[in-house]
Write a protein that binds this ligand. Structure first.
Ligand SMILES: Nc1ncnc2c1ncn2[C@@H]1O[C@H](COP(=O)(O)OP(=O)(O)OP(=O)(O)O)[C@@H](O)[C@H]1O
Ligand SMILES: CC(C)(CO)[C@@H](O)C(=O)[O-]
Ligand code: BAL
Length: 281
């Protein structure tokens, strides 16, 4: 399998003559795992043609070391994609190909969705995500685009992006795929030592217990409990734990009947940043 590296070649291969065929897009940053492959398989089932993009987007990294150390293995990624379906088109451009003019993110008004959690702790992160995803949508013009709920806030923001930029694409959410002990699959997991990776099931177990507690306790009490669990764990440092409305992402003050809430967490383990979330009701 050979990746497409330029916009020009991609345009040629997509050969967009009017047709009723559907095109699915799975945007990734590579170092693929079973979580990504679940998105790719769903896209293959639901579309006539599928593009998987692989691009470690510099404008969404607020931390230089995180960008430099981001895992990369293009030949393994190509093998994995080919094992799902050899007809998948892989778009793996260079940074210069994407950011010929300026390696700076556009500024978007995500109407407050980016002021909390990932947006609060990763400066300009969602402007960077918006910049690359908008460019991919414009180049590829997919009918359907697939995003994982592991990055739930990102998924919510992409839905806002297509609304404010009036982009005609269906955003398809995909459930979180986990390792056997509960750790959400993530490319950054590769950087964990085996010992810590095994222990990291603790993050999801804590989310599950927080969910049980949420049935009878206030958001404040649940937050205090989670914070204390992490204070007792020397291998994991909690950056934030938040309970938020799934639509507005605003932190929960008082529970309202019929509203849906989710708990969100970011944790450092061995200086590697991991995120996860769980539906609470
Ligand atoms: N465990 C997972 N379950 C479902 N979707 C996932 C999972 N991991 C990643 N995805 C989705 O795959 C897409 C590409 O994600 P990305 O390439 O950043 O991988 P990642 O594993 O999230 O890596 P990292 O968080 O370390 O950057 C995103 O839509 C993301 O939400
Ligand atoms: C959507 C995305 C591919 C944009 O770079 C990235 O944020 C990701 O992999 O989740
Ligand atoms: N999967 C989220 C992309 C990022 O961490 O930058």
């Amino acid at each position: 399998m050979r990746p497409i590296e330029t916009k020009k070649e991609l345009d040629k291969i997509l050969n967009r003559t009017p047709s009723s065929n559907t095109l699915g897009l799975v945007p990734t940053m590579g170092a693929l795992h079973k979580g990504h492959l679940a998105l790719v398989k769903k896209a293959v089932q639901e579309n006539d043609r599928v593009v998987v993009s692989i691009f470690v987007n510099p404008t969404q990294f607020n931390n230089k070391e995180d960008l430099v150390k981001y895992p990369k293995d293009l030949s393994k990624d190509l093998e994995l994609i080919e094992s799902v379906d050899p007809d998948i088109i892989v778009f793996a451009p260079s940074v210069e190909e994407i950011y010929a003019q300026s390696v700076r993110p556009k500024k978007y008004d995500f109407q407050g969705l980016d002021n909390v959690m990932e947006g609060e702790f990763r400066d300009d992160h969602f402007n960077g995500v918006g910049t690359i995803v908008e460019q991919l949508f414009s180049l590829i013009q997919p009918n359907n685009a697939y995003f994982g709920e592991k990055d739930f806030q990102q998924l919510r923001i992409i839905k806002k992006l297509v609304e404010i930029q009036k982009i005609p694409v269906n955003i398809i959410p995909c459930p979180i795929v986990r390792e056997d002990h509960g750790l959400a699959m993530s490319s950054r997991n590769e950087r964990l030592s085996e010992n810590i990776r095994l222990k990291a099931g603790f993050i999801f177990k804590t989310l599950q217990t927080a969910k049980e507690k949420f049935g009878t306790k206030s958001a404040l009490k649940v937050k205090e409990w989670v914070k204390n669990q992490f204070l007792k764990e020397e291998d994991f440092e909690m950056e934030y734990f938040e309970i938020a409305d799934v639509e507005t992402l605003s932190p929960l003050k008082r529970k309202v009947k019929n509203k849906k809430y989710r708990a969100f967490i970011a944790v450092y383990a061995e200086d590697i940043r991991l995120i996860d979330n769980i539906a609470l009701n």
